[in-house]
Design a protein around this ligand. Structure first.
Ligand SMILES: [Zn+2]
Ligand SMILES: [Zn+2]
Length: 257
């Protein structure tokens, strides 16, 4: 297998085994420990699924960060939050569907899907993102979706790239081509830590363009699971713009508070 040729998503044998065992020995909801009822959505009970924390639709014109209601707008048509007034991003806008907060259900669900390798749960979260994305941005403004790539070794260990699963859900629902191989990770980066500047240094020169086909002059929507400081999205956006993309937007499943 070459780094540019990742394997398709696969269900690990242990996932299949876990599903079979669940039929015999029902397990509780991994988030609230309640009973997994008929309303369950994949691994989550119906109550947790409906309580996934949503982002408000009003906020910073660039990153979508919610303003305290009294500070909203300030008289301008495109208000920017403090982060965006101080940061020169390469993406035009970034939006997320869920709020990722400590002790939150969305955070627990995403960590479970990603690190617990629950691909069916991740696909359900992708369906939610695809269904609710039009609340936050106009999908008609974009020509294609591009997942943030994982380093191939990490992808191999996990069995899937969560960003690619989400991008396929969004592209499939809205009729946008998924440019799954547009971006590639040139090196494995240490886990992102610290503020925007530290994270931006961490991913400097980490991304490259695998193929320039379909990028020139296109308006591309970058898709990832979590937006923290925006450093990873910014590095990817810069790479896409350098390869000729007309502009880059960012859509993530969740936004860290
Ligand atoms: Zn629950
Ligand atoms: Zn902002």
């Amino acid at each position: 297998m070459s780094p540019a040729d990742p394997p398709p998503d696969r269900l690990a044998p242990r996932d299949v085994l876990a599903a079979c065992l669940h039929l015999i020995f029902p397990t509780p909801c991994p988030v609230c420990a309640g009973r997994l009822d008929l309303d369950r959505v994949s691994d989550l009970c119906g109550r947790c699924w409906t309580r996934l924390e949503r982002m408000p639709t009003e906020g910073c014109a660039r990153c979508g960060w919610p303003f305290p209601s009294s500070a909203a707008a300030g008289g301008t048509e495109a208000p920017l939050c403090q982060r965006c007034r101080e940061t020169r991003d390469h993406f035009r806008l970034a939006r997320a569907a869920l709020r990722y907060r400590d002790e939150g259900i969305a955070r627990a669900a995403i960590l479970l899907a990603k690190h617990g390798r629950r691909l069916p749960l991740l696909r359900e979260l992708g369906r939610l993102l695809a269904e609710e994305a039009p609340t936050y941005l106009s999908l008609r403004e974009w020509d294609g979706v591009v997942p943030v790539p994982l380093h191939w070794a990490r992808r191999w260990r996990r069995g899937f790239n969560q960003a690619a699963v989400l991008a396929r859900a969004v592209g499939g629902r809205h009729g946008l081509p998924v440019l799954a191989r547009a971006l590639t990770r040139l090196r494995a980066t240490p886990l992102q830590q610290g503020d925007f500047d530290a994270r931006r240094r961490n991913v400097r020169d980490a991304f490259g363009v695998a193929t320039e086909a379909g990028l020139a002059g296109r308006r591309l929507l970058l898709v990832d699971d979590v937006f923290t400081t925006g450093a990873t999205a910014d590095a990817c956006a810069e790479t896409l713009l350098r390869a000729g993309a007309a502009e880059v937007g960012v859509l993530t499943l969740a936004r860290v508070e």
